[in-house]
Design a protein around this ligand. Structure first.
Ligand code: BG6
Length: 484
């Protein structure tokens, strides 16, 4: 990392995201030596009037499980907490941001050697409704000043808008204040180990290169399942629904990495150029290739209206109109309150032509990449059933990370992505044109849902979701395999 002072400002410091994700990620970076106490200062900013110590004690419990912590760990927690200061102010008040700037500047002077630079990272752990005013305040009052070699960067969380129009409005607003190279749009799925592995898997293995296309692949599923409901987030969730919450961002980003062409290099812009091309090749979604669901009990949340039409489950088939993928359905499926928690990619291959073993019914080759829990990749293969008979059985080549990489800690997505923002690497962040293309795909469907033209089917909490979704899967050519 560069020299000089680094100020990390978490706006919305008393909110859920900051407590559960941002501060713990910063703590992990600190503990691994990526944030040096002589350089770094962390500021929390929010409206609530509390003291530095109040903020510290609010986040303390999220950093580490104290009952398993060693005295050394506890000492590290205390050192980290001492780096945090709190400034309170509203999200549109000049005084608040002037005060914040004063605090940051004072620390910079204290921590900055004469030739060091001033680096300011603003993390917006805030609802998007306040992005415009907060960005304006930052750009007016808080950008780095003491030298030109430093930088100011801002990190924004989804949801970036609610549809194409609102997202574009937000993008132009922020775009007038900051250059694209200063804006880091986080999609935390891009920080997951097995998502980051996709490029290596696809482009560093000769094995996959000739297979990865419409000649061999029958269908691709990208699945997100959660075994809990909206739990206290009903009010937020109801305005967005599962498509805006998971599919338009997390699953679509994964789809890009599965489907894109090989970038000409690993430069962030080259990779992002290829992702945009995939998104721009997606055909309009057809209503008959969509199944929506809403779990029973969703509307019991008092913050959810009784007549809510918001889907908590969706299966949507996307079709990519290009030479590699024409005819291959990409089935994106996400749901809350289902029977398990899992995120995975399933690439199903076509049947073997001229099946001399008559084993077609036993299943097809399938390559599964499990993003979570228990990261793994496994390939379903037909093998001879061991023994005297010549019969076939489906088995698996299995690379399970916990076994293969024993003792290796897989970093949290947020930890990795925050480090990238400090390093200035935008590869795993969503570029403005990518965001626009993603909204273009889903906006017509979302408007049909918002207008009540498409309705979610009821499903039982703790089930697989509406059975119509399984029927759509089958209609799209997915063949259930039974394995062994
Ligand atoms: C968030 C969604 O972006 O991702 C949540 O808003 C969801 O609804 C979460 O629970 C899932 O993240 P992960 O990393 O637990 O799969």
């Amino acid at each position: 990392l560069e020299n000089g002072s680094l100020s990390i400002i978490v706006l919305g410091a008393s909110g859920d995201l900051a407590k559960k994700k941002t501060f713990p990620a910063l703590f992990n970076l600190f503990r691994q030596g990526f944030l040096q106490p002589e350089e770094v200062h962390i500021f929390g900013y929010a409206r609530t009037k509390i003291s530095d110590d109040d903020l510290r004690s609010r986040i303390r419990g999220y950093l580490i499980r104290e009952k398993d912590a060693s005295p050394k760990d506890l000492e590290t927690v205390n050192e980290f907490l001492q780096l945090i200061k709190y400034v309170s102010g509203s999200y549109d008040s000049a005084e608040g941001f002037q005060l914040l700037d004063k605090e940051i500047s004072e620390n910079e002077v204290a921590k900055n050697s004469a030739e060091g630079s001033s680096r300011r990272l603003f993390y917006l752990a805030l609802p998007p409704s306040v992005y415009p005013s907060v960005c304006k305040m930052i750009s007016h009052y808080c950008t780095n000043k003491i030298d030109l070699s430093g930088w100011t960067r801002i990190v924004v969380e989804k949801p970036f808008g609610k549809d194409l129009e609102s997202a574009e409005e937000l993008s132009s607003h922020i775009g007038e204040l900051f250059d694209e190279s200063q804006i880091y749009r986080i999609d935390h799925y891009l920080g997951k180990e097995l998502v980051q592995n996709l490029l290596v898997l696809r482009f560093a293995n000769r094995l996959f290169l000739p297979l990865w296309n419409r000649d061999n692949i029958a269908n691709v599923q990208i699945v997100f399942r959660e075994d809990f409901g909206t739990e206290g987030r009903g009010g937020y969730f109801d305005q967005y629904g599962i498509i805006r919450d998971i599919i338009q961002n997390h699953l679509l980003q994964v789809l890009c990495l599965v489907a894109m062409e090989k970038p000409i290099s690993l430069k962030p812009e080259h990779i992002r150029d290829e992702k945009v091309k995939v998104l721009q090749s997606v055909l309009p979604i057809k209503d008959e290739e969509v199944v929506l669901g809403q779990y029973d009990g969703y509307k019991d949340d008092p913050t959810v209206p009784d007549d809510s039409n918001t889907p908590t489950f969706a299966t949507v088939v996307l079709r990519i109109h290009n030479e590699r993928w024409e005819g291959v359905p990409f089935i994106l499926k996400a749901g809350k309150a289902l029977n398990s928690r899992k995120a995975e990619i399933r690439v199903q291959f076509k049947d073997v032509p001229g099946d001399i073993f008559k084993c077609k019914k036993q299943g097809r080759n399938e390559f599964v990449i499990r993003l979570q829990p228990s990261e793994a990749m496994y390939m379903k293969l037909m093998v001879k059933q061991p023994g005297l008979e010549m019969s076939t059985v489906q088995s698996e080549l299995d690379l399970s990370y916990a076994q293969r990489y024993q003792g290796v800690t897989i970093p949290e997505a947020y930890e990795r992505l925050i480090l990238d923002t400090i390093r200035g690497d935008q590869q795993h962040f969503v570029r403005r044109d990518e965001l626009k293309a993603a909204w273009e795909i889903f906006t017509p469907l979302l408007h049909r849902i918002d207008d009540g033209k498409l309705k979610p089917l009821p499903y039982k909490s703790g089930s697989r979701g509406p059975t119509e979704a399984d029927e759509l899967l089958e209609k799209s050519g997915y063949v259930q395999t039974h394995g062994y």
